[in-house]
Ligand binder design. Structure first.
Ligand SMILES: *[C@@H]1O[C@H](CO)[C@@H](O)[C@H](O)[C@H]1NC(C)=O
Length: 443
């Protein structure tokens, strides 16, 4: 019996296999056709959106008189060839060669970049006046230095790249080197308000999320320039954030991009990352800052690493007796930073407006003002003004001041592990200030 059945069964199986195969092939074909049609339709829609976006800028004119009409980053041919860059670079390298406790001591006692004195004067003035200062008031606290004392001279920025970005030349984009918890989100909101929607990657400001099937976002060291250029151009995106990898000093400057970054005081940044990831439970379970910091040696001098882009395995050279290597890292990091068109400081975002507008041509600066300076909020609240949200933010913030949150030993340890970044942050802050106060914005 069974021998009679089997062929029948086999035939039935064969038949059903054939039917299934035909069905599956048919299904695949149908899906492919639908997908292909969708691709064509959506790309033609996107194309239209891009066209609309491209022409919307000229149509917005004439704009009210604004920074971007009158002021653009000066033509570099007009800028002096002399300057203080070499002097300050050597000074920073000297500081980098010292043992970290001495680096920190010198920065504190001598304030060689002038930014610490300025910062305490600024805090004092803002608290007293309960408002942000005017540019004239800033200049009284930090007057434009003589040419030979300017770290931003000679100017190493590629002005043509910035101009092409402002002119919306197809394929140009903003390369944002995102230092984690140092103001990148504010910067992305700023971009959101100033770029047409199709020019903004869907996942924050990081286009590679879409290039990797939602696997990785903000890893641009991994991509070749050719791939970045091709994908940015075909997507029509105009901003690319690199959050998790070093800036590639050997080749990223060859991209058709304008380069921007945002700094924050290193210890504040580190503590903010600990709070964000560990205390607020975003993928980290360690609640003890000592243990966390011991585990996260990748965060030691992370700014300097990001902009010096040393070879893999260079971590050991950041400490101990490797003074010559530290000099070299610092030299490269400052050289890289000096080529960034826009170096802003999270603490001073409220003052970054003219720099943002002149470099990027962006006029909606509201995102810069949303990060409030807490001490001003506090003063306002005491005045009886309706700023409760700020007040509570500033109170909540208070317990995260490193000097208060960390015990003395941990404060010292973390400070020393970030000593090179302290130098680089002072350098960045001086760049910001010089570029702000040395331009004649009011003309
Ligand atoms: C730095 O540390 C070394 C070794 O612990 C010590 O001898 C030196 O006095 C310290 N320097 C400063 C400025 O604290």
């Amino acid at each position: 019996m069974s021998t009679h059945r089997r062929p029948a069964l086999r035939t039935a199986t064969r038949n059903s296999t054939i039917i299934e195969t035909v069905f599956l092939v048919g299904l695949v074909v149908v899906i492919a056709v639908v997908f292909y049609t969708y691709q064509i339709i959506s790309s033609s829609i996107e194309g239209k959106q891009h066209d609309a976006a491209d022409i919307s800028f000229p149509l917005n004119l004439p704009k009210p008189p604004s920074f971007s009409d009158q002021l653009t980053l000066r033509d570099l041919h007009d800028t002096p060839t002399r300057g203080g860059y070499g002097h300050f670079s050597r000074l920073a390298q000297d500081l980098a060669s010292l043992p970290p406790n001495e680096t920190l001591q010198k920065l504190k006692d001598e304030d060689p970049f002038g930014t610490r004195t300025f910062d305490s004067l600024l805090l004092e003035q803002e608290t007293q006046l309960a408002r942000v200062l005017t540019l004239q008031e800033i200049r009284q606290l930090f007057p434009c230095p003589d040419e030979q004392d300017r770290i931003t001279l000679p100017d190493s920025r590629n002005e043509q790249r910035a101009r092409e970005f402002r002119e919306n030349k197809r394929g140009t984009f903003l390369f944002f080197q995102h230092l984690r918890k140092a103001g990148g989100t504010n910067f992305c909101s700023l971009a959101e308000k100033n770029l047409p929607p199709p020019a903004k990657p869907r996942y924050y400001c990081m286009p590679d999320m879409e290039w990797t099937d939602n696997q990785r976002a903000g890893y641009l060291h991994d991509w070749s320039n050719e791939e970045i250029i091709r994908r940015m151009e075909s997507s029509g995106y105009r901003i690319a954030g690199n959050e998790w990898e070093n800036f590639d000093v050997a080749r990223h400057f060859e991209l058709p991009a304008v380069f921007a970054t945002s700094f924050r005081k290193p210890l504040d940044r580190a503590l903010s990352q600990f709070r964000f990831e560990c205390i607020e439970d975003r993928g980290c379970k360690i609640k003890d800052v000592h243990r966390w910091w011991d585990k996260r040696q990748d965060l030691y001098n992370v700014y300097t690493k990001t902009f010096a882009d040393p070879p893999i395995g260079a971590r050991q050279f950041f400490r101990g007796s490797y003074a010559k290597e530290r000099r070299k890292f610092m030299e490269t990091a400052i050289d890289t930073l000096s080529k960034f068109h826009l170096v802003i400081c999270m603490e001073w975002l409220a003052y970054a407006g003219p720099l943002v507008t002149s470099v990027l041509g962006w006029d909606d600066l509201s995102a810069l003002m949303t990060r409030v300076r807490p001490h001003i909020g506090q003063a306002k609240r005491d005045d009886g003004q309706d700023k409760n949200a700020l007040g509570s933010a500033s109170i909540k913030k208070a317990s995260w001041v490193p000097e208060e949150y960390l015990d003395a030993d941990q404060y010292k340890k973390m400070s020393e592990d970030l000593a090179l970044d302290e130098i680089l942050t002072d350098v960045a802050r001086r760049m910001f200030l010089e570029r702000l106060v040395c331009e004649n914005w009011e003309q």
